[in-house]
Each structure stands twice: as C-alpha cells, then as structure tokens.
Design a protein around this ligand. Structure first.
Ligand code: PMP
Length: 386
C-alpha cells in the first residue's frame, strides 16, 4: 500500500539522519530568539543586515497595508499591479544598474521562471554544480539540455561551451553559493558568455544588499555591465522582507513579462510588501555601517575558530560553513550546540553533496562581537570533546 511505502521511506530517512524537521519561533527574526520555548542565540538566518526585525520596516509595512490593503487581488497582468510595485521595480533596476526589473513573490519563483522564459527544447544551459535548487528546477522545467560543470571550473565550462551547437545558450550561476559561501568568477563567466553568445543569469540571492558599493550586489562589486546579464536579486534575505526581482536590459525584461510563467500565472505580491521594500532599499543604500559591522564579525569568526580542528570552507561572506562530512555527526554537533543555547543548522544531503554535511553558520549585522565569541568558544570546546 502507498502509505506503508511512504512510512518505510520516512523510516529510511531517519536511519540516514536525513529527516528534515523545523523549529518554531515565538519572537521576530534576530540573533536572540525564543525557539521551541527556549532562549537561543541564532546563527541561521539570511537576514544579513539585521533588517527583518527592524521596527522601521514593520512600520513601512503597516503603512503600506493601511494605504493599499492586504492583498493585490489578481495577477500583475490582470489587475494586481499597483503604483508601488511599479515604483519598486524602477528603484530596484536603477539600484543594481539595470534598465528594467520585474518584482516576483519569491526568489524560488524568479529562478524557476527566468530560464524557461529564455530557453527551451534543443537549447543548452550551463550550470555550476553547486547552484541553488531553484536554478536547477528552472533548468529542468525549460526542457533545454542541462550541462553541469564542476564548481567554479572555468576550463570545464569552456570545453562544454565549445562542444555545444545549441541555438540558444545560457550560463546560470549563483553569485554567492548558498551552502559554501564562496563567490562565482563572474567576470570570467561574462567573458565566456560573450565568446559563446550566451545569456549569463546571475542569482545574487546572498549578494544583494551586502556586496558592492552601497550593497548594490555582486555585479556592481565586479563592475560588470552587459545586455547579456540577467540579474536575480532576492528580497527576503538582506532586504529583510520577501520576494525577488529579475533585472536586465529593457527588451529582455519586456520579453520576460510576456513569457515568464511564474510571474504571469500567480497573484501579485501584496503591495504593502513593495512599500516595506522601498523603505528597506533606503536602509540598504545607507547601510555602510551595517555592512562594516557584518564584515568585522566575519573576520572575527574566521580568526577565533580553531582552524586546525575545524574544516571551515573557504568563504569570505557571511555564510561560514564548517564541514563535518557525516550526517549523524553533523546532527550530533548541532544538538550539542543547541544544548548550549546556540542554534546552528545542520545542512545535509540532498541540500549539499553526499559526504559533505556541515554546520552552516550565518552571521548578521545584528550579532554582537560577544555573540560570535560565544559561538567560537563553544565550537572550539566541542571539538575537544569529540
Ligand atoms: N537562490 C538562492 C541562492 C537561495 O539561497 C535562495 C533561498 N534559499 C533562493 C534563490 C530562493 O529565494 P526565496 O527564499 O526568496 O524563494
């Protein structure tokens, strides 16, 4: 029977320490949280600038709801596109140095929709092996041939591109890899895209708001501009609210408006969110102090963690993965930290490749130096006990 089979598969997940569970928070997003009834110090969120719990954004959201109501009532192309959506799209595009942008409900939807809008059967997608699941799913949905190259391996990518005779091609990459925290070689990828007449889709989920001058993102940090570039920024991480945007050359975005099914066939996000995001954009633009604080904490973590004992992956961002390898051991370490009041997620396959389970520490500007010291001290002690 189907249910027996499903239950057996759940039990098998338990055997491999792979069952996924969630914890419940009773306080707003922030380092100090009440989680499952316990006071915890959290190192889990992507709220890099500490904006998700900022009262200024909560106020903007409330003002937005008072002005625009709770919901948009329809998809954008029917009657769910409001002035504040329009204003947000224009501001986002200008902020990342693009001509035009579309605001979507989530980053997952943005990535799921953008690739199938550009490519189809017979075309080819070249994707870093560590790209986010949403980019992989978008590529699969497009029915184009999906060719994955080893992580950051430009030689392997060049060979795949040279061997391809697909009529339309796209290179697709995370800018900051979400489980490793390292950066894609964007300038080199753009050179390859130019040489082989490809689109270059960059998912800057973990770079928008954090990297580049005034947090303008990974492309601005690398000083790259081209009509080939299609930029995806997410707005539920550093921006502290929800949603995402796709930005690019004007005709490209007009094309996406015609073809991007995850934009067309879904209810527009509440306009109040767009109002909160306009306020968030102001805070991001003037957020050098928050970014400096975050960078200092990243440096501190790297300096304090005993690297002779822990395998810290070579990240320079706020995503600091401490690789353990074995699933059960990673879970045991996360539990030991939990028992000390420290919440660090254990990331296991299929989110990361088999044998590379890790503790994924993420830092935010809302952490203090003392918070980071508590974590590094606990980690350094823990390893001694194992
Ligand atoms: N891309 C990357 C690299 C991500 O890490 C995530 C979220 N974890 C997404 C896209 C999806 O964004 P959202 O959470 O807004 O759906």
């Amino acid at each position: 029977m189907l249910l027996d089979r499903l239950q057996a598969e759940l039990a098998a997940l338990d055997d491999q320490a792979l069952r996924r569970t969630r914890r419940t928070l009773d306080t707003p997003c922030g380092p100090h949280a009440t989680v499952d009834g316990r006071s915890m110090l959290a190192f889990c969120s992507n709220d890099y600038l500490g904006l998700a719990g900022d009262p200024q954004l909560a106020r903007a959201l409330a003002e937005g709801a008072a002005r625009w109501g709770a919901g948009s009532g329809a998809s954008h192309l029917v009657s769910g596109h409001y002035r504040v959506h329009d204003e947000l799209e224009a501001r986002l595009a200008a902020f990342v140095g693009m001509e035009s942008a579309l605001y979507l409900s989530t980053g997952y939807m943005a990535n799921l929709g953008v690739v199938p809008a550009l490519l189809g059967r017979g075309d080819a997608i070249f994707a870093d092996r560590l790209n986010h699941a949403s980019l992989v799913d978008g590529a699969l949905l497009s029915r184009a041939s999906l060719q994955r190259y080893p992580h950051r391996d430009l030689g392997a990518l060049a060979r795949l591109l040279e061997a391809s005779d697909a009529p339309r091609k796209a290179i697709v990459t995370d800018s900051v890899f979400s489980m490793d925290g390292d950066l894609a070689p964007l300038a080199e990828l753009l050179t390859l895209a130019e040489r082989h007449d490809c689109w270059l889709v960059v998912d800057d989920a973990h770079g928008f708001g954090v990297l580049g001058p005034q947090g303008r993102g990974a492309l601005a940090a690398a000083g790259l501009t081209s009509w080939r570039l299609i930029y995806v920024g997410t707005l539920g991480k550093a921006a502290g609210v929800a949603g995402a945007f796709v930005a690019g050359q004007r005709d490209v975005v007009t094309w996406l408006l015609q073809k991007m099914r995850t934009y067309i066939f879904t209810t527009g996000a509440p306009p109040a969110l767009a109002q909160a995001l306009l306020a968030s954009l102001e805070l991001i633009e003037h957020g050098d102090e928050r970014r400096a604080r975050l960078n200092a904490l990243i440096e501190q973590f790297r300096a304090e963690l005993q690297l002779t004992r822990w395998h810290l992956l070579p990240s320079t961002t706020a995503i600091l993965p401490v690789q353990v390898g074995d699933n059960a051991e990673t879970l045991a370490l996360a539990r030991a930290l939990w028992d000390e009041g420290l919440w660090v997620p254990a990331i296991r396959p299929p989110t990361v490749p088999l044998g590379t389970a890790r503790l994924r520490v993420s830092l935010t500007a809302a952490h203090s130096a003392e918070d980071v010291r508590r974590l590094t001290a606990a980690l350094n002690r823990l390893e001694c006990r194992l």
